[in-house]
Design a protein around this ligand. Sequence first.
Ligand code: F3S
Length: 371
Amino acid sequence: MEAVVKVGEVLGAERLIRIVNAHISGISYRNIGDEGLEFLKSLAEKGARFSVPTTVNPAGMDLSKWKEMGVTEEFAIKQLEILDALRFMGAKLALTCTPYRYIKIRFGDHLAWSESSAVLYANSILGARTNRDGGPLALFEGLVGSAPLVGMHLSESRVPTVVYDLSNLRSECNMVSELGYFIGRAEKRGVPAIINLPKNFSEIKNLKLFLASIGTSSGIAMVLIQGISPEFKEDYLKGLDVVKPMKSDLVEIRESFFTKDGVVVLGCPHLSPEEIAELANKLKDSRVTKRMILFTSRDAAKLARNQIKLLQERGVDVFFDTCMVVTDLKNMGIKDVVVDSAKAAYYLQSQGYNVSLMSREEALEYACEGN
Ligand code: F3S
């Protein structure tokens, strides 16, 4: 409570607000190491318990197939200790960055979430209210059940600051990740309003990629999308600067990621059961000629069991509980990757991988080349 109050004081919050849910990122042993593990263990031993439903982000390995991922026994033991401490405190080990797909979040709910892609989804698509909290702060907020009443918790912060008119891109809906990355990089903060959407932009899979990519190149926590965001209002746009991205802006981003050949890695953010079903449907009559790996959650697996089986029969690897960024793909002998997410592209490139960024459709075509 002292930590939450102190953060609130620094940010100028008048008071705390009750939250209904917390979601904690940064729980991979690869990210938090022994210090993070010891900290979580000490909290659990002292009797700390979450006072609101709390979920957690992907861990550093698939909990059942970690050996297949080249994870060492030492790493696996430490990762399991981290998860044990979180479970002991009452967290649900969803191990996904898409908690909104599996728990009921209502319009106006106050949350304490620390996964940027999920924060953008909650604020922009669901009309829930959360800041982009750091992992430790979201953990503390989950324990005390409150968050400082600042930022995205306040109505006055949830109005547009700039307009992005996408009318020049109407037919360029195959670069949603690049578009999100472009807007984030240009704005860095604020609440962009997005109008005149390209076709297909409103499909959930594209919104997820778009929002995750904005969150990667900026500190933005919310966008207001015409026809999609429940808080979008035309009246708000009057007098704001209008930016009209060109196709060349997006091509420049795509071209900043290039590798000649690579393993196709999809699932950033985690694939939903619907996306898995779509992939299975697209690949059911194809031969997958490249190595292909998908990342999703166990909750998704329960809802798409048959489709995952079909994909595995096509030679596609499917891993749960983790993702391409928080695990270490090098342990699987991978150096070069093809992704459809600018978030994955950015973080994997910064980890030293050679990366190509494509649309999902292009990545699938690439995976089946030579058929
Ligand atoms: Fe999720 Fe990992 Fe991407 S946590 S948003 S799949 S970097």
